[in-house]
Design a protein around this ligand. Structure first.
Ligand code: UDP
Length: 327
């Protein structure tokens, strides 16, 4: 069976990707530093602990496992933190990715799938965000991801590194079978924080601003179920294996929900009111990020099956009540 190197395989999206890869007949080899990931989340293949900036360690892992492809999830991903500590984001995300790309090319592993983000587009109100939209990130997180996209293009030109870039919108939900789920420490994402507030693990959720130029004043995002998202990655791998060339795909559903709408759905799904208060805007937040493209559906044959707010919140809620990790 072919192996795929999954960086960040001990994290939220990476662990779901490992499960999907195993189901598709691959062996996922997790490479993770465990700085934000969890040993407990590595359930579907071998584990190699290491830091992306450690090139010698990367070379060792490529040599040992001979993966046919890389899925690169490992990254720091908090918009707010990136505004306060940009150096962390440039060093870890860009420096680590560059070492990984160089190690992959040196090992002749030339199929590369990269987790990018809609945060690379920045704040472009009333613009349909398709894959050719200009990228003007307004936070260091988005800027670091855009830089990695540029690096991949240069390595394709120089070394024929074929890549698929997925620009994620907002990922939510959990494995419906409950084997893996979302567990960040500290948690910064809307849906798990909301569930924490319902469960009494925090006093209240702070809504970051209700004076945005949206119908109810709160920010709008396009939420995708994590299992749908990782399905697209398996299709991306098959795309590369079929020699279809490098390509960028947005992964969003085209439906936007405001923070208030997410709060209302949560009450309906969990039968609990979410304790919340209105706070200040969070620096770096865009008003509205909704995908205006269905390229992944048209070209990869991607069919999001679980990306309704109800399904995402109910799967997250089930996991939230039983699941957690430790190292
Ligand atoms: N949000 C919020 N309170 C929180 C966390 C998030 O109001 O405690 C809002 C945030 O401003 C954004 C949306 O929820 O509009 C989604 O934020 P999240 O951090 O989950 O994802 P991001 O959009 O930053 O990738």
């Amino acid at each position: 069976m072919d192996k795929v190197l999954v960086t960040g395989g001990a994290g939220y999206i990476g662990s779901h990707a490992c499960k999907a890869l195993k189901a598709a007949g691959f062996i996922p080899v997790t490479f993770d530093s465990l700085v934000t990931g969890w040993r407990d989340a590595v359930k579907f293949g071998p584990f190699e602990e290491g830091d992306l900036q450690d090139r010698a360690r990367l070379d060792e892992v490529f040599e040992k496992h001979q993966p046919i492809a890389v899925m690169h999830f490992a990254a720091l991903s908090q918009v707010g933190e990136s505004m306060v500590e940009p150096g962390l984001y440039w060093r870890h995300n860009v420096g680590g990715s560059l070492a990984l790309i160089e190690a992959a090319v040196a090992a002749d592993c030339k199929q590369f799938i990269f987790s990018s983000t809609c945060a690379t587009y920045g704040d472009q109100d009333n613009v349909v965000l398709d894959e050719s939209s200009p990228q003007y990130p307004i936070n260091a997180y988005g800027a670091s991801k855009r830089a990695i996209e540029d690096i991949l293009r240069d390595f394709e030109a120089a070394n024929d590194l074929k890549h698929v870039i997925f620009r994620y919108f907002n990922v939510a939900g959990a494995d419906p079978e409950g084997e893996v789920g979302e567990f960040h420490q500290p948690e910064t994402h809307l849906i798990p924080l909301m569930l924490d507030a319902i469960a009494g693990k925090r006093a209240a959720l702070t809504v970051f601003g209700d004076d945005y130029d949206t119908p109810d004043g709160t920010c709008i995002r396009d939420y995708v179920h994590v299992c749908d998202l990782v399905d697209a990655h398996v299709l991306g791998l098959k795309w590369l294996q079929a020699n279809k060339g490098s390509r960028v795909f947005n992964l969003g559903t085209g439906s936007g929900f405001s923070v208030r709408e997410v709060l209302d759905h949560s009450r309906a799904v969990t039968n609990h009111v979410v304790p919340h208060e209105i706070g200040a805007r969070r620096p770096g937040d865009c008003t509205k990020l909704v995908s205006g493209s269905f390229r992944a559906m048209e070209e990869l044959g991607w069919k999001p099956k679980r990306s309704t707010l109800d399904k995402m919140i109910s799967d997250a809620w089930r996991w939230h009540q039983n699941g957690h990790y430790s190292n």
